[in-house]
Design a binder for this molecule. Structure first.
Ligand code: MN
Length: 233
């Protein structure tokens, strides 16, 4: 549809650059997995045996490599959560695990930025997590690597440092629910579509960020991402 079809200008299409391509990957939905590494579940005091669950961020909350992210409103406890990101080129409902990787376009590294104080307060009141998880600039993400080039990583170091000091470290082999299992579970809940990306959970070591912090993170074999935290908008 052209612009004249809308009563106001249509919002821009959120997207991620693709390594080695002149084209970008259009992002439709951002799904996130809660509690997918045992050490992080332990540091948050949660039940290790729970099945995975999902929450969402909006596509226009993406930030690209190199961004300076304004310290968000309402919080005094902004946390980093480095995560492997899976980008879907197709989807469906009830995708079996042995077909799940056929739907994956590629992989990236991202940060599930979290207003931890607000998330925990919402959890305590049995309210939804949006106020803690879903806010402007809350989903910085690297360029995508096509699976056609790098394959489907199931092991490799995942790490994050702040101002040169390592804070988070894990290995993709420690994911409680693997990428095919995540796709299988999520596709029972919603119809996964082309352009959906999934943040697959964070290893231990989550901690607070301050204005002026420089964050660098990566997943071996996938890529790296650098962002900074700026002053409040
Ligand atoms: Mn997370």
């Amino acid at each position: 549809m052209n612009d004249s079809a809308f009563v106001i200008p249509a919002p821009p299409q959120a997207s991620l650059p693709v390594v080695g391509e002149g084209k970008s990957f259009p992002v439709r939905r951002i799904w996130c997995v809660g509690r997918n590494y045992v050490e992080h579940i332990r540091e948050m005091g949660n039940d290790e045996r729970d099945p995975p669950f999902f929450f969402a961020k909006h596509a226009d909350m993406l930030e690209h490599d190199g961004a300076t992210i304004p310290y968000p409103p309402l919080t005094k406890d902004l946390h980093h959560e480095v995560e492997l990101i899976v980008a879907m080129k197709s989807g469906g409902l009830n995708i079996p695990t042995d077909k799940a990787l056929d739907h994956v376009y590629g992989y990236a590294v991202g940060i599930d930025l979290t207003r931890r104080d607000l998330q925990l307060a919402a959890r305590k009141k049995e309210r939804p997590w949006e106020i803690g998880k879903s806010f402007d600039h809350s989903a910085p993400c690297s360029a995508l690597q096509p699976a056609a080039k790098i394959g489907h990583p199931s092991k490799g170091k995942i790490w994050l440092s702040v101002n040169g000091t390592e804070r988070q470290k894990g290995d993709l082999s420690e994911l409680i629910w693997s990428v095919p299992e995540i796709i299988w579970k999520l596709s029972q809940q919603v119809e996964i579509g082309a352009g959906d990306i999934i943040m697959t959970g964070t290893p231990a070591g989550v901690a607070a960020l301050q204005p002026g912090d420089r964050i660098e993170c990566g997943v071996d074999g996938v890529g790296t991402l650098k962002v900074s935290i700026g002053e409040p908008a």
